[in-house]
Design a protein around this ligand. Sequence first.
Ligand code: UD1
Length: 360
Amino acid sequence: MKILSVVGARPQFVKLAAIADAAARRDDVEHVIVHTGQHYDAVMSDAFFADLRIPAPDVNLAVGSGSHGRQTGAMLAAMDAVLEEQDPDWVLVYGDTNSTLAGTLSAVKLHLRVAHLEAGLRSFNRRMPEEHNRVLTDHASDLLLAPTEVARGHLVAEGLGDRTVVVGDVMTDVCLRVAAAVRQEAPRLPEGIDADAPEGFAVATLHRPDNTDDPVRLRAILAALQDLPLPVALLAHPRLVARAAEAGVPLAGGAVRVSPPLAYPELVGAVSRARAVVTDSGGLQKEAYLLGVPCTTVRTETEWVETLDDGWNALVPDPAGLAAAVTRRRPAGERPEHYGDGHAAERVIAELVARAGTLR
Ligand code: UD1
């Protein structure tokens, strides 16, 4: 049976690592990887394939950056020929990026079966491009691989319950495996941050357009980070670097030290040792939860609502609230296994094999 994975952006490479590994352990599965080229810098793409030992993509569409329509359209235009040539039993799409939507649309129009990994997440915030990508992908897909019961509930509410199966979260598989592998290593942090200093340090990332693209808001968030009473390692996404330069706002200053995005094992190592995480990323909220580090999310809502239980994650869209949130006491409560047991990818492959040939 042939599974064709469509990926393109950073968090998808992490999920792909788990799937590629689970697929390689079965001799009845052929796994083909199509990289759209949405992310292309070495730190945003190649490093993930090398560090997570993912086989090199079989095809790279090399679409690069652009407005949503141009980028998604370029992927669509390039995908037809690849899917026709490969003729897979399943097209597997991941998460909620423009690459996800393009892979889905191309496949359904060619009458190929589509399975959506990480189905059923909702922020209910229609300003997020990811929200449209997820809703459209879920409704077009044949099989919805939900990470949690909350996600299943959203799909049932939208009339998609009979296509849904809860498999757990494949990011858990990778995060726990990598955390165990890097436990003994000293974290790589921007110069000026001492991992062993008694006050600890925070890891921060920002890349959502709602936070980066309005210069007034960006300035306020950066000022709040710079005023935090502990050192902050700001791992700067290219969009953040570009928007801050356009707005004339320096990233470094006060508590903040800056570095480019880290490789995945380095990120997991840094978060494991941090006292706090500040982010607007979806994946990092969950990684902080899995690693037992309190997270402050600079957004009005989260798709990963389970992380809010017992205060492990806090939604703080107003920069004025950041200092109080970041220095809050570490929750005493347990962290239930909301995100699966670390074996989600095996379940995904088993579901795809079991359902091959039943739908077309
Ligand atoms: C994309 C996803 C988002 C995901 C994020 C993870 C969409 C709509 N958004 O957002 O859901 O959380 O990836 O990182 O698909 N750039 C580079 N080098 C790169 C890639 C991007 O310099 O390798 C710069 C370009 O200026 C580009 C900008 O970053 O315009 C944004 O990249 P893009 O892929 O459009 O969106 P992300 O913000 O990365």
